[in-house]
Design a binder for this molecule. Structure first.
Ligand SMILES: NC(=O)c1ccc[n+]([C@@H]2O[C@H](COP(=O)([O-])OP(=O)(O)OC[C@H]3O[C@@H](n4cnc5c(N)ncnc54)[C@H](OP(=O)(O)O)[C@@H]3O)[C@@H](O)[C@H]2O)c1
Length: 290
């Protein structure tokens, strides 16, 4: 199986590169090596390559900047994926394209499944939804994988920020009224090969670690893990902040965007592990010696 990964310098793409290095014939492009907004370059670099699966982990992921740079966001998140799907079709290859829980409006109070209507409330979600549609409209069995609150060792996220703040300050806060599920890049890397070319029909697939939480619960659990490992923290508890206090945010964000992994469980015969187990695993592995 020959695999090419776009976004190899990002949080998810770098994890996939590392995890697949010994298992598949894998090559990758970071942004400096392949700019998705340059369609001629994309065509030129990919058309000359031989691969079975193309994984697109690159995206314009800055939710606030997408509001002010809409055109660029749509070019990278919506138009480029269409081109990638077309290139894959020409090579009889499969495109696996990553998308987001932010395609939903957040009004539901139960996990969103793949059939739920996507109704984004910001430019990032709009551009990503448009990208999903473009990929699925192209001929071929392409797969769109929606994930949420992605964390992992390759780029700092909320967990790392909370730990850093708790080491330096006696008081830390996080939002109590916004809910989703943290999802570990290594768990995504582990589950994805089941869906490689030939194993599954194309379409949309949700994947997140099991359970749900607010940012505050997420942060509190991370600090509890650190304390169990004996790490010195100045802050022991995570105080409450409200979504309405985030006045610096430009974009609206969905309040509730938990993804149901029921379809994944049905297709794979296994369920994702709980987000607490994944977070504990990450902290044990990457913070024990720090
Ligand atoms: N992070 C999350 O919580 C989250 C949640 C839901 C869904 N997702 C989705 O998961 C996927 C992976 O996200 P991630 O967390 O790994 O984000 P990330 O760390 O921001 O990675 C995205 C990568 O795309 C690259 N990129 C941006 N513009 C590009 C362009 N024009 N050409 C080529 N590469 C470009 C970025 O390069 P630079 O860093 O150099 O700009 C970065 O390496 C994305 O589809 C995202 O929408 C993420």
């Amino acid at each position: 199986m020959k695999i090419v990964i776009i976004g190899a310098g990002g949080r998810l793409g770098a994890a996939l590169m590392r995890e697949y290095r010994d298992k598949f014939e894998v090559s990758g492009f970071n942004r400096a090596q392949l700019d998705l907004s340059n369609f001629d370059d994309v065509r030129e670099k990919l058309c000359g390559l031989d691969f079975d699966v193309l994984i697109n982990a690159a995206a314009f992921t800055n939710v606030d900047l997408c509001e002010t740079q809409r055109e660029e966001a749509f070019r990278i998140n919506a138009e480029a994926p269409r081109l990638l799907a077309e290139i894959c079709h020409g090579k009889n290859a499969q495109l696996i394209h990553f998308s987001t829980d932010y395609v939903f409006d957040g009004e539901k109070r139960q996990p969103y499944n793949e059939e739920d209507r996507a109704r984004p409330i910001g430019a990032y979600g709009e551009s990503k939804l448009s990208g999903e549609k473009n990929v699925l409209a192209a001929p071929g069995d392409h797969l769109v994988v929606r994930v949420s609150w992605v964390f992992g060792p390759d780029r700092p996220t909320f967990i790392d920020t909370m730990i850093k703040r708790a080491r330096e300050n006696e008081e830390v806060n996080a939002i109590t009224d916004k809910f989703s599920t943290p999802t570990y890049t290594l768990d995504i890397a582990e589950m994805l090969p089941r869906f490689f070319k030939g194993n599954v029909e194309g379409g949309i697939l949700h994947f997140a670690n099991a359970g749900e939480c607010s940012w505050q619960e997420y942060g509190q659990f991370a600090l509890d893990c650190c304390r169990r490992l004996g790490m010195a923290l100045k802050a022991k508890t995570v105080g409450a902040a409200k979504l309405k206090d985030m006045t610096q945010w430009v974009a609206r964000r969905p309040v509730y965007s938990v993804l149901s992994s029921a379809k994944y469980a049905k297709l794979s015969g296994s369920s994702p592990r709980a987000w607490r187990d994944a977070v504990a695993d990450y902290i044990r592995r990457f913070y024990s010696s720090k």
